[in-house]
Design a protein. Sequence first.
Length: 552
Amino acid sequence: MRTLSLLFLFVVLLLACAHTWARETISLSGTWEFRMDPKEIGEAEKWYKDAADFDMQMKVPAAWNAQGAGTETERLFHDFPGPAWYRRTAAVPESWKGKIIWLKFGGVHRYADVWVNGESVGSHIGYLTPFKFDISRYCHTGANSIVVRVDGRQRRDVDPLIGCFDVIDAVNITWGGMYRDVELEATGQNWIEDVFVVPHLDSNVAEVRVEVASISSAREALLVEAEVYDQRGRRAGRGESALAAGSSSLSIPVSIPKPRLWSPKTPYLYTAKVRLTEGPREIDRLSTRFGMREIKVSGGRILLNGKPVFLRGYGDDCIFPNTIAPPADKQEYYRRFKIARAYGFNYVRHHSWWPLQEYFDVADELGIMLQPEFPIAYQGFYDAASPERRKLYLEQWTGIIKASRNHPSIVTWCMGNELNPQELDLAPEFYRIAKETDPTRLVILTDGIGMPGPEDRSGGLLDFVTAQFNDGGSIGFNDRKYDLGDLEPRKPIVAHEMANFATLPDPAQADLFKGASARFGCTRTGTPQRKRASAPCSRSGWTTRTSCRPCA
């Protein structure tokens, strides 16, 4: 009896050891102390030390211009480009001793310098991608001071990124802020760095590609387990594989019997849960949603899950008058996409900007196909960037694709707006990186060029062609505006900017716009009113074979 009791106790302890640790996070979003630095004296006066006086409070994530930082101008209620300083205290729990502690930023516009407990931990250039710092050596259990200097002014000598996220087409303003979430995260000495799920519809397999990172070459054998769950939480498939010595990546095929496919009509989502174990202990876990869907081109057609799909799209130019930065609010994107669906749209093209995680999540759930676009707004911006500065393009392009590639709603990667493929020296490299980083999507080097010739004018770097037709000479109804004549395209052709509609600002809507943008003056009942923004639909963008843009 005693032997059985001891055996039972051993099993209980073994199971407890196997499931006592998983990745932990602490959100740092919310209210931060804040101070503007118009004279740029903060570093010299060591504002990163606790003795500095911070005279405002600011919410994160958000743009500071939408929260009262700055003075009123013709374009903004609160105009201040930076630099500015954020500070808050973060408590590190006792249980994090001996672990790697990461300080993670979802996105900062545009540049960040970071201090922990008065010590510099690093800087970041480029607003597009998330970034993180290992702060283990700078922090301790208990209260820790985190200070971030943010500058919204573009330094063109190092950073050529510019697009509609920078509000260039509407009012040419400069804004700043930590526009994405901030958090602390603890991992062990070995952790899951990335999970990417590649669907294979021909074999009903979800290929789970896992990258494992480590700070030590001396480790026990690591085992990676991948489980796939359906929308009801039922396990649909499982696989596992040992990580070979000296290797940091592996691929686990997970069979899914009779998988449900993702499409605009049936946006079905699965969840892949990945566990990393070392001996009997679970040392990390990471999960991601994905869809079983396939997008490809066959001749002049775009195929979704093997069937022709007609793109009925509109343009989203990152117009957020009250917040400037896209809000980290899923409810706002539910509202917008439901309007778009009511108009019959199934596709969105983003003029030189990359939406937020919340935007992608809602598109995944509602079945909206997306074309996020790298922030090269026009050919002139690319031409102005030196070869040295263009290296940031490739770094950010790789990083943002890796950060976004599990969203089934994204069906196309696009390098920029109205560019000339023959004048882009990095075009082949952009295309190669996109296909190697993510083989599951279409890639186009630009959106919006002239009518294609027999060779589509792309040098083979466009999976489909987006062409500008003769908008000025025709309204497009029964007049052969889109007649290609004798041209037999080898690739699908999508109409770019086929219709632009403008609306005048409605003075009755003035009170709807109170937060940030002050582009238009409004009067009401003869009384001058404070300058407000126009309605969100005052500037239409790009549409795909359709005739109007929804007022979102």
